[in-house]
Design a protein. Sequence first.
Length: 113
Amino acid sequence: MSSAVALTWALMATTHPTTTYHFAPLITVAAAALYVRARRERPLTFRPMLSLAAGGTLISMFATAVLENVQALQGPTLWGPGSAVAETVAAIAIGLLLSLTAMIGPRRRATHS
């Protein structure tokens, strides 16, 4: 799941290098964890949780390195002057925290009215 999000992000960023996709790295990190967690009744145990979080983080960091190498991270940042790579790394860190939080919490059940 994270790979599919990363490929979509890379395609958009390479075709529009001056547009910044601020939430793409965050979603890339969290995608696999959220996908797996949504399909499980109970929270994940420690090892699978770390594997999903680490995998999403590595995929997102790899995509960031590739996009920086092909100069596809030329857009503006949320905080004005600064590095798009630094903003991407910050988004990856936030995505990592969100995915870990989502995996340990109880799954919410839909209420029908």
